[in-house]
Design a protein around this ligand. Structure first.
Ligand SMILES: Nc1ncnc2c1ncn2[C@@H]1O[C@H](COP(=O)(O)OP(=O)(O)OP(=O)(O)O)[C@@H](O)[C@H]1O
Length: 252
């Protein structure tokens, strides 16, 4: 596991006797973009939830930058430097885009969420929030209600919120899901821009996105690692081609 930003050994998760993730070993190199792919039901989301502490493993071990984080709660994992993007933009639809990021910034400090009503404290975070919004291309929407943003823009806001924690390891769950071509392009550029100095793990169905962003790819099938390696190598792997044949993912 040495040198890995994030690593798993023998990671396993059962749901009432059904093994959704089955002895997965994973090594995500520091500073890399690592994609998790696989047909529907392969266990990608379950693996993601295990890595971020949202699910406890049935067996196995997870290390974040050399620290054992197995079984830690998501808040602890986040404080140790791993954040994930959420589909949160519908949480406070009336609140402004900027307020969402300010709250996230405040949540990341020792102040916690206790003073979320204090305008004075929130103002402290305004400058940093505006920087992050600029970064994800939302500067001009800062004063708009989050609920009024178009779909692709909401996902950009979610990314800004995840970045508020300044994570060393950023996990993105299907960042381009449901997007039109233009938003996919923007998202790819955005991820390429924010990866600088970070490690990114993404679950992604869109293979052209994977090909453009990922340094390495882990292919899951039936909860197990089917193949692992650079994109070109994995894409040419016969077992991988076979796993995708007959899957709805093949159409993506
Ligand atoms: N809470 C749960 N209880 C029971 N079974 C579950 C639960 N969560 C997932 N599973 C099962 O585990 C398997 C893996 O699911 P998972 O959602 O991790 O796959 P996935 O690769 O993310 O699929 P998709 O691409 O469709 O999102 C599936 O067969 C699913 O039905």
């Amino acid at each position: 596991m040495e040198g890995s930003a994030l690593a798993a050994r023998g990671l396993t998760r059962d749901f009432r006797g059904f093994r959704a993730v089955d002895g997965v070993d994973l090594d995500v190199a520091a500073g890399s973009v690592h994609a998790l792919v696989g047909p529907n039901g392969a266990g990608k989301t379950t693996l993601f939830n295990l890595l971020t502490g949202f699910l406890a493993p049935t067996a196995g071990r997870i290390e974040l930058q050399g620290h054992d984080i197995t079984g830690l709660a998501p808040e602890r994992v986040a404080r140790l430097g791993m954040a994930r993007s959420f589909q949160i933009a519908s949480l406070f639809p009336q609140q402004t885009v900027r307020a969402h990021v300010e709250l996230a910034l405040q949540g990341a400090t020792s102040l916690g969420w206790a003073f979320w009503r204090s305008d004075r404290l929130l103002r402290r975070f305004r400058e940093r929030a505006d920087e992050l919004l600029e970064r994800v291309g939302l500067a001009e929407s800062a004063g708009e209600a989050a609920g009024s943003l178009a779909y692709g823009r909401k996902r950009a806001l979610e990314l800004a919120i995840a970045l508020a924690l300044d994570p060393k390891v950023l996990l993105l769950d299907e960042p381009t899901a449901g997007m039109g071509v233009e938003d996919v392009e923007r998202t790819v550029e955005l991820i390429a821009a924010v990866r600088d100095g970070r490690t990114v793990v993404l679950v992604e169905h869109n293979m052209s996105v994977v090909g453009r962003l990922a340094d390495r790819v882990t292919v899951l099938q039936s909860g197990r690692v089917l193949a692992e390696g650079p994109y070109d190598q994995v894409r040419a792997d016969e077992r991988v081609v076979e796993a995708y044949l007959g899957s709805v993912d093949a159409a993506h």
